[in-house]
Design a protein around this ligand. Structure first.
Ligand code: SF4
Ligand code: SF4
Length: 151
């Protein structure tokens, strides 16, 4: 496994950038673009299908389309390239560069109080980094690729 690839996929905090909905080359973004392309001008047909199939679910098509457009519009290059779009106040990105570590679990200060995460995210951060320390980054990365990002 190429370490550079892992660095691009996994943020210093241990969360997966590769499977994040905002990642420009991630599965959610790419598949959303593909689906939008395949659907074409489906919104013009949704009303017809609603009546023809007696399926009120088609009423919700504009909401679905808005969500799809949103997934398509995100274009983050990942935490190693730019400030995270979701956790704008993240303290880890500048800190790990200063510390000269690729991941928090490698830092002698871990678990520190510099993350600016809320309690729930902080707990997840600690657990993830303990897991990576135990199993190794390669095995952890392989798991993140196989499972959904949002569980
Ligand atoms: S940096 Fe943040 S917004 Fe960008 S891909 Fe990673 S987790 Fe998602
Ligand atoms: S000090 Fe904290 S945020 Fe900074 S690299 Fe170490 S563990 Fe991560």
């Amino acid at each position: 496994m190429e370490y550079e690839r892992i660095l691009s996929a996994i943020a210093p905090c241990g969360l997966s950038c590769e499977t994040c909905f905002a990642r420009v080359d991630g599965g959610i973004h790419q598949l959303s673009r593909e689906l939008r392309e395949k659907l074409g001008n489906f919104s013009a047909y949704a009303k017809r299908f609603e009546n023809m199939l007696e399926a009120p679910v088609f009423e919700k098509y504009p909401d679905f389309e808005a969500m799809l457009d949103y997934f398509c519009s995100n274009n983050c290059n990942g935490c190693r390239s730019e400030q995270c779009r979701l956790f704008k106040d993240c303290g880890i990105r500048p800190c790990h560069q200063e510390k000269g570590v690729d991941f928090c679990f490698q830092c002698e200060e871990f678990p520190c109080s510099k993350t600016n995460f809320d309690e729930s995210l902080r707990r997840a951060w600690v657990l993830i980094n303990e897991k990576i320390r135990k199993t190794g980054i390669e095995q952890y990365y392989e798991k993140t690729r196989r499972r959904p990002r949002y569980v």
